[in-house]
Ligand binder design. Structure first.
Ligand code: GLN
Length: 202
């Protein structure tokens, strides 16, 4: 299968490396034509305001919205999660919202860069690879100037929380994490997302 990684700005190389490690060919997406024939897409972290401007400049905003709405598996991490949300607080008023996840996020809600942190998260949906009857091992969450999910609509499933705040959410084949799973040396979140849609199963 071929999975795109939005390569406008931010942490795209680390996502590509995770995809390669699980036998999936990563395709860097910089122009609308790069979306053709993809089986899934990753929207990496970075700076959502900069990403938004890059998307508009590349003519990618509408093609991306169409791809995300197509039912293919999509993973948005950190700034990518902000893009997928319906509403963003503390962003620019003209920032792109793809609106595939009915959530309200607040940028930089956990503090400044110096306040970035790492914590093990319970993520029961990752149990697929665990021995029968056992829950999944915790997932190591790396949070870098992460947004907080402040409101969750009825269509959204919360997959993981940190002290009550959702940090991984999903709606159908679209999944967002406010942490950086590509930095955990653990491909389970990517595997989980790519297995979510029948078309995306390897
Ligand atoms: N603070 C960034 C933003 O608002 C997100 C940080 C990240 O992706 N690591 O877009």
């Amino acid at each position: 299968m071929k999975v795109g990684v939005l390569a406008i700005q931010g942490a795209f190389a680390a996502h590509a490396a995770v995809l390669e490690s699980i036998g999936v060919a990563p395709v860097e997406v910089r122009r609308p034509a790069h979306l053709e024939g993809l089986d899934g897409l990753v929207l990496p972290g970075g700076e959502s305001t900069t990403l938004s401007m890059g998307l508009d400049r590349a003519g990618l905003t509408d093609p991306l919205r169409a791809f995300v709405g197509s039912g293919a598996p999509v993973l948005g991490t950190c700034a990518g999660a902000i893009l997928l949300a319906t509403q963003c607080l503390d962003g620019r008023s003209d920032q792109v919202q793809i609106g595939a996840l009915d959530v309200v996020v607040r940028r930089n809600a956990f503090g400044r860069q110096v306040d970035s942190f790492e914590v093990d998260l319970e993520f029961p949906a990752l149990a697929a690879g665990a021995p029968p009857g056992r829950s999944a091992a915790p997932f190591h969450g790396v949070f870098i100037r992460a947004p907080a999910v402040e409101e969750v609509g009825p269509s959204v499933e919360v997959l993981a929380r940190l002290e009550g705040t959702p940090v991984a959410v999903a709606c159908g084949s679209v999944v967002a994490t406010t942490f950086h799973p590509e930095l955990a040396a653990d491909p389970r979140v990517h595997e989980f997302v790519l297995g979510r849609s029948p078309a995306g199963r390897r």
